[in-house]
Design a binder for this molecule. Structure first.
Ligand code: THU
Length: 132
């Protein structure tokens, strides 16, 4: 699968990152099962714990628009490494992903790795665990 457009969108949203504390910009873009794309960036706060990561910003934007099925998510951080989603974001990705969802860790437009949820969050706690 070609993810050029999704990667471009993650890079574009990275520019909007609000990072006065870490100076670490992150961009993300999600591709939903209906073909729609939503971008996001990290939004920091003087109360550091109130910071929202780029992945969650993008996912929450999609869900708020009524879009819940994640086909792919692309993430770009400092562009020196293939930035990997944090633990909280892995958990949020798991809520809306399925076993086939592609998780794209971008270094730059031409260098990215594609992972699956099972690679990055094996044994995830999911809604099935809540079934009585
Ligand atoms: N960050 C993300 O946006 N996504 C991640 O998965 C890792 C961390 C942000 C949070 C904070 O604004 C900055 O990167 C440094 O941790």
């Amino acid at each position: 699968m070609e993810y050029k457009e999704l990667i471009k969108e993650a890079l574009k949203y990275r520019e909007n990152a609000y990072v006065p504390y870490s100076d670490f910009k992150v961009g993300a873009a999600v591709l939903m099962d209906d073909g729609k794309i939503y971008g996001g960036c990290n939004v920091e706060n003087a109360s550091y714990g109130a910071t929202n990561c780029a992945e969650r910003t993008a996912i929450f934007r999609a869900v708020a628009e009524g879009n819940k099925n994640l086909k792919a998510i692309a993430i770009v951080g400092d562009m020196a490494t293939h930035t990997s989603p944090c633990g909280i974001c892995r958990q949020v990705i798991s809520e809306f992903a399925n076993r086939d969802t592609d998780i794209i860790l971008i270094k730059n437009e031409n260098d990215y790795k594609v992972k699956k949820l099972e690679d990055i969050l094996p044994g995830a706690f999911t809604k099935e665990d809540l079934a009585k």
